[in-house]
Write a protein that binds this ligand. Structure first.
Ligand SMILES: [Fe+2]
Length: 416
């Protein structure tokens, strides 16, 4: 029987004129970026093949808020430990500054480890260089001081409880880590183009709340000289007002972030920002921990990248934040985890046994089977079966809601 004509490529193409296509008005509109650049030509990113220019109307050629001719008239976010001030600054300006978010000792440890790691990656030939500087990726594997930040453990970040509270309010309980990386910007490096971090994840502008939220660790003083992060204060509200596919008019100017070492900047995933241009004679580090809704695909594929050593000592919180728990119908493994509640410690979506079995070389996936398959296939200890059995035992013993310590090998071999 020939394939029906309506299913042929030629027929489908002939019947897909531009005016018949679904949703493309919105999806291909290029907004709000098209109008934003048309109405603000000073937002044009520099040519990475040429040395960076100063002078002229460029978004990277600016100063800190208190020295800025436009912004000095406004009360922009200042350093504070007061959670209510932090909330107010986030609403109004899209960012806030936690004073002494890292203690002196935490800050020193954080910076030392970053510098050491960056040099180590250079020496090992795995330095990740970009026009903006050296990126040190996947910090969770590179020091306890970093994994403690993902958990907001006060041992690693003294303002942890404040950050966690604000993130729970902003993203809802059960959020996960998107990535945690540091940027070492050298003198002469180019600034990033101004962007919002949630844009690559969603085509819609979420007007009610952000879908991504950032925690930026500042382990050394930043200002207009060493390229403190560029932001347009309050730009999240301009984008919210424009809405999905909406147009942007003239924007206010950028400022460089000014903050002393130990500050933590929280910022909305809809705030226009970018790495600044470093005009000092020294490298400048900041580290950004991004977080997203638990059903979103994360920048870092943690399930692959987190090391077995880190996993072995990870708390329930850390495992959850690295996406090792399925939620509702996101990130299930062979169907396991469907209906997971997405809360820290919920065994219903616990994917760690799969990862442990994989690390041990013992992950048995269910492949092609029939009732007549060889006994060796029908009686195999499939990892998904073992995980379901473990869940059943947990439910019967009233331990559901608690992730137990498993160990892949022990787990698989204990299945009858
Ligand atoms: Fe960004």
């Amino acid at each position: 029987m020939p394939v029906p004509q309506e299913f042929t490529r030629d027929y489908v193409e002939a019947n897909s004129p531009a005016d018949a296509l679904l949703y493309t008005d919105f999806l291909n509109s290029g907004e709000p970026w098209k109008s934003m650049h048309a109405n603000n030509p000073w937002l044009q990113a520099p040519d990475p093949s040429k040395p960076l220019e100063f002078g002229g109307d460029h978004y990277w050629d600016t100063t800190v808020g208190r020295k800025h001719p436009y912004w000095s008239q406004y009360t922009l976010p200042r350093l504070t430990k007061d959670i209510n001030q932090l909330r107010a600054d986030l609403r109004e300006w899209g960012f806030c500054l936690i004073e002494d978010g890292l203690s002196g000792e935490q800050c020193r440890r954080f910076l030392e480890r970053l510098v050491d790691q960056a040099e180590g990656e250079r020496a090992a030939g795995v330095a990740y260089d970009t026009p903006t500087g050296q990126i040190i990726n996947t910090l969770v594997n590179k020091g306890r001081c970093f994994s403690a930040c993902i958990e907001q453990d006060p041992e690693g970040v003294q303002a942890g409880p404040v950050i966690e509270q604000i993130m729970n309010e902003t993203l809802g309980q059960g959020w996960i880590s998107h990535s945690f990386l540091a940027i070492g910007a050298d003198p002469g490096c180019h600034p990033q183009g101004l962007h919002i971090d949630q844009a690559p994840l969603l085509p819609w502008m979420t007007s009610e709340a952000p879908a991504l939220f950032n925690t930026m660790y500042i382990p050394q003083d930043v200002d207009e000289v060493n390229g403190g992060t560029l932001v347009i204060p309050g730009s999240h509200r301009v984008l919210m007002d424009a809405g999905s596919g909406g147009k942007i008019g003239q924007l206010p100017p950028t400022i460089n972030l000014e903050a002393p070492a130990g500050t933590i900047m929280l910022f909305d995933g809809r705030l226009l920002h970018g790495t600044g241009a470093n005009r000092s004679d020294k490298r400048r580090y900041v580290a950004v921990s991004s977080t997203v809704k638990p059903w979103m695909r994360s920048q870092e594929n943690w399930v692959m990248s987190v090391s077995p050593e880190v996993l072995a000592r990870a708390s329930d919180k850390l495992k959850h934040r690295m996406g090792l728990q399925a939620v509702t119908y996101g990130a299930t493994v062979e169907g396991f985890g469907l209906g997971g509640r997405g809360q820290v410690g919920d065994v219903t979506g616990d994917l760690v046994p799969f990862r442990e079995a994989y690390d041990a070389g013992e992950y048995e996936r269910v492949g092609e089977l029939s009732a007549g398959s060889p006994e060796s296939d029908l009686r195999k200890v499939y990892t998904v079966h073992a995980a379901l059995e473990r869940l059943r035992v947990a439910r019967e013993s009233g331990q559901e809601g608690k992730v137990g310590k498993s160990g892949g090998k022990r787990h698989v071999s204990s299945f009858p």
